[in-house]
Design a protein around this ligand. Structure first.
Ligand code: SF4
Length: 207
């Protein structure tokens, strides 16, 4: 395994944001690679699991957070899909040791990896993309994605971590009935309703 493969593949970083971890000043680390193909994705440059693309060395990410100690409160791991990477837990641990809260943005499609990093995470933004039926796979273009996300949701609720469930509403795909159906199920599970998100462009630097 190359030295690079032992690091979380970081495509870029948002150095300051007030909206990616509710109530906390944070920076966002964007990992490279996502197995889904949501039609509204605005992070298309992050989708390929491509280590030949320009990545930010992990050393540089650490240097950035060292300089932000006392200024920023949290680091948010986003993507792409951060839980796709076995190196995520170590990356989170290193940033946590610097004194930052750890946020995670995830689609929940790697339920085992998602559950494994939950003990390190202080807040989770979990995407709920569609009603948990065949519509889910239609949107994500991933087989059995609904079942995988349900498993991650169960882990999240059992872990009792602060969270936000987010649905990016795409009028070309979603109907308002979908939101009602999703919230009906969430309420049965004792979970919060989804927060509807609008599409936005990531503001990402390569430092
Ligand atoms: S999960 Fe996020 S990064 Fe992956 S395809 Fe969907 S919108 Fe894009």
């Amino acid at each position: 395994m190359s030295a690079l493969a032992k690091e979380l593949p970081v495509a870029g970083l948002t150095p300051f944001t007030t909206i990616d971890y509710p109530g906390h000043l944070s920076a966002v680390i964007f990992s490279q690679g996502c197995p889904l193909r949501c039609p509204y994705c605005h992070n298309k440059q992050l989708l390929a699991f491509d280590r030949s693309s320009k990545l930010m060395p992990w050393r540089q990410v650490m240097e950035f957070f060292v300089t932000r100690q006392g200024w920023l409160e949290a680091a948010v791991f986003s993507g792409g899909e951060p839980t796709a990477h076995a190196t995520l837990a170590e990356a989170m641990s290193k940033i946590k040791k610097l004194g930052f809260l750890i946020g995670l943005h995830s689609s929940g499609v790697y339920p085992e990896n998602f559950a494994a990093v939950l003990p390190l995470v202080d807040w989770v933004g979990l995407d709920i993309k569609a009603p948990f039926d065949e519509k889910y796979d239609l949107l994500t273009r991933m087989k059995n994605s609904a079942a995988k996300v349900r498993q991650s949701l169960d882990s999240l609720l059992a872990a009792r971590k602060p969270y936000q469930l987010r649905l990016t509403f795409d009028p070309k795909f979603h109907h308002t009935n979908d939101v009602t159906e999703i919230n009906g199920l969430l309420n049965q599970l004792g979970a919060d309703s989804v927060v509807i998100q609008t599409l936005r462009e990531p503001v990402m630097n390569n430092l």
